[in-house]
Design a protein around this ligand. Structure first.
Ligand SMILES: C[S@@+](CC[C@H](N)C(=O)[O-])C[C@H]1O[C@@H](n2cnc3c(N)ncnc32)[C@H](O)[C@@H]1O
Length: 329
């Protein structure tokens, strides 16, 4: 091969790698923005009365005007918020509060404050997200307001590099969940005990990373924590037309669902969790969660909020999301 060919090959390779780098940065940026969507949707549903959350408004950016949203979306968020809350409460009660909770890709979620406001006790609550998301969350946490967000911490918060906050029972960590070395080092800084019952929550998070990245993450957590439970909420039945339309819509906004192939079926979810070292795995689609697992009286109440009499679209939407509950012990 002549010198010119070598150097032009090098130039082309560099161009590709730089394009790949910038694509991946803009891809990550779009992924981070999904947190703003989730926060807005949750805030809207809370304002409508689907559930109570006196903290979510602290994390809403921009004008807090009421954008109109389909009731099906708010019902979907009700279902997702409630099932996560229900599972975590059961986990806390099962071990009389001697537990650790880790929320992966936590965004601006408020579960730590909602549980604390109900006086539920646990040893540690750790949240992880990209550093650009955690730094924004820290700014909102530290803003004065009623109630003070920091008043729920067991120690005075110490903030490192604007991205990490440590405060005894609560830790907020800026890390990329695909970078396992960085993640493990940051989890060490939260002073977690690997032998204590620990629950990891991933609410609409794993689907943004490739199957190999999420499998490596599950495997790493599974081998680190001896008594690990994992609660995963994400897309389901992902190979049908409904998902293709959703994927195209998200793609138009630059949002890629790299892990969609993991969301095809209950078998696929079971396989990925088993392969990562989880011995028991349950999968429920959100119709089952809505109609059989959550409190029926509350389900009847929320259906009436916006007088939804035509339920076909709701069932279709809920059929395309699931909750996976896995344990490694
Ligand atoms: C749809 S939002 C959900 C936020 C929150 N779990 C909730 O339900 O409100 C997805 C979140 O996952 C985070 N995320 C996705 N991939 C991530 C990664 N590789 N490392 C860290 N965070 C990630 C995003 O930044 C975003 O905050």
């Amino acid at each position: 091969m002549d010198v010119e060919a070598v150097s032009s090959d090098k130039l082309v390779a560099e161009a590709f790698s730089s394009r790949r780098r910038s694509n991946s940065v803009s891809d990550d940026y779009s992924t981070q923005r999904t947190n703003d969507d989730a926060t807005q949707c949750k805030y809207f549903a809370v304002q409508k009365g689907y559930w109570k959350d006196e903290f979510i408004g602290r994390f809403v950016s921009g004008a807090n005007e009421e954008t109109s949203r389909f009731p099906e979306i708010s019902l979907g968020y009700w279902c997702r918020t409630k099932i996560v809350e229900q599972h975590v409460k059961q986990f806390i009660n099962k071990f009389s509060g001697k537990v650790q909770i880790i929320s992966l890709g936590s965004g601006f979620d408020t579960l730590f404050w909602r549980l604390s406001a109900e006086n539920l006790k646990f040893l540690k609550f750790v949240e992880v997200d990209f550093a650009s998301v955690t730094s924004r969350k820290i700014r909102n946490i530290m803003k004065p307001g009623t109630p003070e967000m920091t008043s729920f911490f067991s120690e005075k918060p110490s903030i490192i590099h604007h991205t990490d906050l440590h405060s005894g029972n609560y830790h907020l960590i800026g890390a990329d969940l695909r970078q396992l070395g960085e993640l493990n080092t940051k989890l060490d800084a939260a002073d977690l005990d690997n032998s204590i019952p620990t629950i990891c929550i991933a609410e609409c998070v794993l689907v943004y990373m490739s199957g190999s990245h999420s499998s490596a993450l599950l495997e790493a957590l599974c081998s680190r924590f001896k008594k690990l439970s994992f609660l995963n909420y994400e897309q389901f039945r992902s190979s049908d037309e409904f998902t293709k339309v959703m994927e195209a819509n998200l793609g138009n906004r630059g949002i890629q669902l790299h892990g969609l192939s993991m969301c095809e079926s209950a078998d696929k979810q079971k396989e990925r969790f088993n392969m990562a070292g989880f011995s028991s795995v349950e999968v429920h689609d959100m119709n089952e969660v809505f109609n059989r697992i959550l409190d029926p009286a509350d389900a009847t109440r929320v259906k009436k909020i916006e007088m939804l009499d035509e339920l076909e679209l709701l069932w279709q939407l809920l059929a395309h999301y699931c909750v996976v509950y896995a344990e490694n012990h």
